[in-house]
Design a protein around this ligand. Structure first.
Ligand SMILES: [Fe+2]
Ligand SMILES: [Fe+2]
Length: 291
């Protein structure tokens, strides 16, 4: 069923409860100081204890182009394009979550359920940043960092995070949806880009799926924040937000069919997600057929 399916206030309340149970079951305890979650930490340790490394490190081409494109994008091979894109994509997210983290109460101090949910949600995003770093290491890129945060950008995101909930909900939902369409697209491209190194491909896919499972649940969670007006606003925001975001990253058009991705987002439906991801993720009850 469509992510844009309607819901009553009562249904949304029940879904927040169900989502909160899901988060705790999946993530374990929150580790506030480390912006980490106990179960996610265990899984990262498992990846790190069993490293997979490419025989063809990406190296110089990445370092020359990951902050700003210095070479002609068309002259770069697809692995480099994939990684410089991923860096820009992840860094953008890192700026947003870093600013939002400072604006949300800790779980211990949270007065409302939605604040606890938001805190866990942000901690999950920080865990994704570590999984991205593990992807970079898989391609021979050690010590890839996100900072420093430009002051203007930090202020802008900080101001965004302080806006009233109903105003933030539609764009926050659309950015999760945008993230999900990127991951779904990347998943289908891995064979073409790293298929010549099957262990590398499988490891990247595992890391990607770990993120994708959370992002799928975030899309549902963020959907649950919106009433009918928010939902209508969100639908209208898909096109301009996709355009602005992908227009700012030169790699995007070379890697993806961004127009198709935008259409996929506008028509997003849980029936397009494979059972392996769907069964371990979370979706609102009113968007999934009743058993
Ligand atoms: Fe994310
Ligand atoms: Fe997310």
């Amino acid at each position: 069923m469509s992510i844009f399916s309607p819901a009553t206030a009562r249904e949304r309340e029940e879904n927040f409860e169900s989502y909160w149970r899901y988060q705790q079951r999946r993530d374990g305890e929150i580790l506030e100081d480390a912006k980490d979650l106990s179960e996610k930490r265990k899984s990262l340790v498992r990846f790190q204890a069993n490293p997979v490394r490419t025989r063809r490190p990406v190296g110089d081409a990445f370092h020359r182009n990951y902050l700003t494109m210095r070479d002609a994008p068309r002259s770069l091979d697809r692995r480099t394009l994939l990684l410089t894109f991923l860096y820009k994509f992840a860094r953008h997210e890192w700026i947003g979550i870093s600013a939002a983290w400072d604006e949300t109460p800790t779980v211990a101090r949270a007065a409302y359920l939605i604040d606890k949910i938001s805190r866990y949600h942000l901690a999950e995003e920080f865990c994704h940043m570590r999984l991205f770093q593990e992807m970079f290491r898989t391609f021979g890129l050690e010590g890839v960092e996100w900072g420093p945060l430009p002051k203007r950008t930090r202020q802008l995101y900080g101001a965004f995070a302080r806006l009233p909930g109903p105003v933030v909900a539609p764009p926050a939902f659309v950015s999760e949806l945008m993230g999900l369409t990127v991951y779904l697209q990347l998943d289908t491209m891995l064979d073409g880009i790293v298929g010549d190194e099957p262990e590398v491909r499988d490891r990247i896919r595992e890391l990607l799926r770990a993120i994708m499972t959370d992002e799928l649940s975030h899309v549902g969670e963020r959907r649950n924040f919106m009433g009918p007006i928010g939902l209508r606003a969100a639908r209208l925001m898909v096109r301009p937000m996709f355009r602005a975001f992908f227009g700012g990253i030169p790699e995007a058009r070379l890697l993806f069919d961004t127009r198709q991705m935008r259409k996929d987002a506008e028509a997003f439906d849980y029936s397009t997600i494979g059972p392996d991801v769907l069964s371990v993720s979370w979706a609102p009850s009113y968007c999934t057929p009743r058993p």
